[in-house]
Ligand binder design. Structure first.
Ligand code: SAM
Length: 276
């Protein structure tokens, strides 16, 4: 009889507070044949804390290609494997993509086990719009690529999220000072840990509060509502309203302009803002 092939479980682990692991993640870690980890020593501490004893294999940026081959072999032989990173969700600025893609190409089942993810945890408590957002990972260091990303942030019509390492914080704040004007910025620091902190304000306020900050951080930046729209249907009526409100127009003029931009009757727009 042919042996069944195994599954790859992509398991999110805590980003600071060891209690942030789901019951399902624990069950999966208990049940698999092997845990593949970014740093085996780091993951061993988590497994010890959970009183789980499992064989571990390392899988990180520098051995991703070689290790993918051996992980696939084991899955094909019927082993179930959990993939974890040092913190949070594997694949999100962490290794995972290569082996996951290879599994999909080989029709090996990939099962996500959700949990902590710094960008989502930062966003949900930021107070900045969660409706639509773009995540940029880490900003590039290469000058040209960095300039392109900074331009993208400058013109973004959605909330922007990115990760930053503490030793690069001040130079990133300097770059942002050039492009953000009065947009709201939130620096989410040490999420789920003892010194968890949300620093909010415009870029100058953030700079004045951010000297000597240590720890892990996520940047959340409010959308640029001053970007001229060509296609107004791409934004919500509320965002459209905010765009003209920022220009200091009266409610009556805003409604007139929105109706014209969208090619609809003034009354239709007025109804939406009766209580505004
Ligand atoms: N896979 C992780 C996730 O799901 O969020 C991200 C890993 S990435 C290599 C590490 C970056 O995530 C840090 O530099 C920081 O920007 C962010 N990060 C991770 N843990 C964090 C925490 N507890 N508080 C704030 N930011 C955190």
């Amino acid at each position: 009889m042919q042996k069944e092939i195994g599954r790859l479980y992509v398991v999110a682990t805590p980003i600071g507070n060891l209690e942030d692991i789901t019951l399902r993640a624990i069950k999966v870690l208990e049940s698999v044949d092997l845990v593949v980890a970014e740093d085996t020593r780091h993951t061993l501490k988590l497994l010890n804390h959970l009183e789980i004893s499992k064989p571990l294999m390392s899988y990180h940026r520098h051995n991703e290609d070689i290790k993918t081959h051996s992980i696939i072999e084991k899955l094909l032989q019927g082993e179930n494997i959990a993939l974890v990173s040092d913190a949070g969700t594997p694949g999100i600025c962490d290794p995972g993509e290569v082996v996951i893609k290879e599994c999909i190409d080989r029709q090996i089942e990939v099962v996500p086990i959700p949990g902590a993810c710094a960008l989502i945890n930062a966003l949900i408590a930021s107070g900045v719009s969660t409706k639509e957002f773009i995540f940029l990972g880490f900003l590039p260091l290469n000058k040209k690529l960095r300039k392109e990303k900074l331009d993208e942030i400058k013109n973004a019509r959605k909330t922007v999220i990115f990760y930053e390492a503490p030793h690069k914080l001040l130079s990133t704040l300097d770059d942002l000072r050039e492009i953000l004007e009065d947009r709201q910025v939130v620096l989410a620091r040490e999420l789920t840990k003892i010194y968890e902190e949300f620093i909010r304000g415009n870029i100058n306020e953030i700079i004045s509060k951010a000297q000597n900050l240590k720890g892990e951080m996520v940047f959340i930046i409010e959308a640029n509502s001053d970007v001229q729209e060509d296609n107004w249907e791409d934004i919500s009526i509320e965002e459209h309203y905010k765009f003209y409100e920022k220009q200091g127009l009266s409610k009556k003029d805003i409604i007139k302009k929105i109706a014209k931009d969208r090619g609809v009757q003034k009354n239709e727009i007025y109804q939406k803002f009766v209580d505004f």
